[in-house]
Design a protein around this ligand. Sequence first.
Ligand code: TYM
Length: 344
Amino acid sequence: MAVGSGPPGAPRRPRVFSGIQPSGDVHLGNYLGAIKRWVDGQRDKENYFCVVDLHSLTVPQDPETLRRQTRSLAALLLAAGLDPAQCTLFVQSHVTAHAEACWLLNCVTPLGWLHRMTQYKDRAARQESVGAGLLDYPVLMAADILLYDTDEVPVGEDQQQHVELARDIAERWNRLHGETFVLPTAVIPTAGARVMGLDDPTAKMSKSQAHVPGHAIRLLDDPDVIRRAVSRAVTDSGNEIRFSDDPARAGVTNLLGIYQAITDKSERSVQADFADARGYGDLKRRVTDVILGVLAPIRERHAELMADPAELDRLLARGAERARAVAGPKLAEMKQRMGLILPA
Ligand code: TYM
């Protein structure tokens, strides 16, 4: 049976779509906020996961590095547990419907909606020259989501506003051109939705800072590098190991949040696990152990997958073919509704 099709007459399974950029180093925030949830939730749903290389082009990239990172990220997603029998994994630029649908959606999206996006405002403020692609980024993301009649979009907290925009664009399109799109909902995890930097627990762990020593845990980091980064994580001068809203205790709360997201425990049982801990040194050692426990097998499997690039490319080609089978008809419907003639 093809991935996604259920037995005849069965109710439609929830459709899931999510994406991740191949630029920068994938870190623990990406894993806990998104990838782990994709892996854990893949059964019983119809899943599309995409390496969004076109999104990466919104800031300058070195072509060779981008190509290498695109393959490496696909291998990493498989190594983390995405199962090609349960989900369609593909590279965004292999399915040209995404860029085409983005153009059609651009034509119904008010510019003011894009200027309001906080990620755009943050990034634009940090750059001297801002390309049109950066402003249009969330419309391409809407195209990704809407082409697949997506119900659920599992993402970290920082992408929630973009998913809400995709929903607004879908509503506006449906009003202007007739019912075409399912309205998607962002699914944000209870733990791990916003993993903070180890060097500064008041700022989000970020791909663009992942190369700065001590900021992030990169999924492919050497265990010694991980040990060192956690042992140097910023905490406070106290010794109480519990979750707290106090910004001064954000470092400890972040470490506990990482532990909670990896172990899937409740806050209460996480705190119980640390009831016998002796100070922050103990906390850091135990957090390091659970991080290494989950990342070591991923790192090993990634190396195996990277050793056979031809097989990886074949797998991505199959994923793109399956994605095209869904995105193609939806794009044709969009064109037809807008008044374009389809080629004979
Ligand atoms: P990207 O590549 O920046 O991040 C991939 C996923 O990781 C989550 N994330 C985090 N979660 C918790 N803590 C953090 N510190 C953290 N940093 C990142 C992100 O929320 C995301 O879920 N625009 C998207 C990619 C995209 C997409 C899509 C997502 C393109 N099209 C369609 C969903 C649906 C992005 O740049 O993610």
